[in-house]
Design a binder for this molecule. Structure first.
Ligand SMILES: O=P(O)(O)OC[C@H]1O[C@H](OP(=O)(O)O)[C@H](O)[C@@H]1O
Ligand SMILES: Nc1ncnc2[nH]cnc12
Length: 503
């Protein structure tokens, strides 16, 4: 059918196409049918919704469709029923646990990017990957298809360094320190991050507290050519765009299937032109990888995938058995990261991890002799050079480089949990900490999160504060308190853990 475009002041996140009920009846269109909207060379796909908010002969499109193609108000378009895409068959094949061929993977990725696959089909794909996994041939095909369906960045500098954490550990603001340390040593490091996937704050959510993170490729090129680094959100770019679409489904389900994680991380690195990549695999109870054996096997996969893409990859298996530093949630983490950069001091776990990772990159990039990288990274941090570089990055990304970390607003609705008995902190439950911070509103509410006063191994007395929940809204705080009471996120025990009598 032919219709005139009406642009709706609505952002559905689902590419909604509103059709007048009478028109829909004549054209045999039903709610949620996939349709193609075409005008000349422009074509987009969207899901039908029926409404008399649009007149007969009109087709309403949500504003998110305009991000793909610039249709104008009143423009005449064809609305064509699109049927079920071929790639749905391949998703079902993976659901049955069968291996996918390269062309089948390419077809799925193409249809994700073209929005021919809707959220429900994309979630099914992600779930099928979580259950049945991918082998290395499939992962390599997925990575290349994801990169090649988007743009590529071409920065005229060498070497291009990069770092990426597989995430999962709460409070992981580490790369906000790593990037300026490495750039202060003269290396180029254009870092893209995702927003939170399973955690309460992805690196992009944290950086967004004090600088812009959404830039075009040209802007990133200018920033990196000027200051040697950036800390931006990968999702704002058309770099491996399927990655950001699948991340949406992963976030909703709070899962990060290993094969997809490898492909989505490495496709972005490939598209950014990164030549030397350091992957951080936090390992421990309650994170994505629980044992060192699993971490080693994943490390081999990253290195093998890097080889297939022509990249030199190293992996750091890091301690992820409890949160990094003392804060969880975007604004609280921004305070902690900036203050560590500013003073050169901070929680041991954060400083150790950041200088350890930065040190490896300094050695990989050839600016520190083997075995001296960490020491050099520490000197750069403690001398204030990393903070000077960070100020340049903040300024280049439109933030205020005179920022005072302690003035960053945090949620003012608070509740502090105290120790019910004296003893030692024997465990901090990563999953519970993340769930509580998310219940409090993180990452969407930037000020929401958790401030931790104790770490594993520390001695506490009855009544000592253990952690404070911050929220921006009372209702969110209440939800987080209920969850915290149910989950016991910090375990305190005496030195005698159990007494067992005659059995
Ligand atoms: O912890 P969750 O949310 O699962 O993982 C997502 C986080 O992990 C990675 O961190 P980085 O950008 O390498 O610092 C991603 O970019 C993102 O910030
Ligand atoms: N699936 C993913 N995509 C991008 N970055 C990630 N970091 C951790 N998991 C990721």
């Amino acid at each position: 059918m032919k219709a005139k475009i009406r642009i709706l002041d609505m952002f559905s996140g689902r590419y909604t196409v509103l059709i007048n009920e009478e028109d829909a009846k004549e054209a045999k269109l039903h709610p949620d049918d996939l349709v193609k909207i075409e005008a000349g060379k422009k074509a987009v796909y969207g899901s039908v919704a029926l409404s008399n908010l649009v007149e007969k002969g009109e087709v309403g499109i949500s504003r998110d469709i305009l991000d793909l193609h610039n249709f104008s108000e009143g423009e005449t378009v064809s609305v064509i029923p699109a049927g079920t895409p071929e790639s749905v068959r391949y998703i079902k094949k993976k659901m049955r646990g069968e291996k996918l061929r390269k062309v089948e993977i390419e077809s799925i990725v193409r249809d994700i990017v073209d929005r021919k696959l809707r959220d429900i089909e994309i979630s099914s794909f992600v779930t099928a990957l979580e259950i049945n996994g991918l082998d290395m041939d499939e992962i390599a095909a997925l990575t290349i298809a994801m990169a090649e369906t988007g743009d590529m960045l071409d920065i005229d500098r060498k070497p291009i360094m990069d770092v990426h954490s597989i995430g999962g550990v709460p409070g992981n603001k580490t790369n906000i320190l790593v990037v300026p340390i490495v750039a202060a040593a003269g290396l180029t490091i254009p870092k893209t991050s995702s927003r939170a996937i399973t955690s309460a704050a992805g690196t992009a959510d944290v950086v967004e507290v004090f600088a812009n993170v959404s830039f075009s490729l040209d802007e990133i090129k200018r920033i990196v050519e000027k200051v040697g680094a950036c800390l931006v959100w990968g999702g704002a770019l058309n770099l491996a765009p399927a990655d950001d679409i699948t991340i949406k489904a992963e976030r909703a389900l709070s899962i990060d299937p290993t094969g997809l994680m490898l492909a989505s991380i490495m496709s972005k690195k490939y598209a950014m032109g990164s030549q030397y990549v350091l992957i951080d695999i936090p390992t421990g109870k309650g994170v994505k990888v629980e044992t060192v054996e699993e971490a080693r096997s994943l490390a081999r996969d990253f290195i093998e995938l890097g080889k297939r893409l022509g990249q030199y990859v190293e992996v750091a298996i890091t301690y992820g058995g409890q949160p990094i530093g003392h804060t969880v949630g975007p604004a609280l983490e921004a305070r902690e990261a900036l203050s560590a950069l500013m003073t050169g001091r901070g929680p041991g776990s954060l400083i150790e991890k950041a200088t350890g990772l930065a040190g490896i990159l300094l050695e990989m990039g050839g600016v520190a002799p083997a075995g001296t990288g960490k020491k050099m990274a520490k000197e750069i941090l403690e001398s204030g050079k990393a903070w000077e570089k960070m100020k340049e990055i903040i300024e280049a990304q439109g933030g205020d480089s005179n920022i005072k970390p302690e003035e960053i607003p945090i949620g003012d609705k608070t509740y502090t949990f105290t120790a019910a008995t004296s003893g030692y902190v024997t465990a901090i439950d990563n999953r519970a900490i993340t769930a509580i911070a998310r219940a409090a509103g993180a990452p969407e509410d930037k000020g929401a999160g958790i401030e931790l006063y104790v770490k594993v191994g520390e001695k506490v007395k009855e009544g000592d504060p253990l952690f404070t929940i911050h929220a921006e809204h009372e209702a969110r705080l209440d939800q987080a308190i209920v969850l915290a009471r149910r989950t016991e996120p910090i375990r305190i025990e005496g030195m005698v853990l159990q007494r067992i009598g005659n059995i």
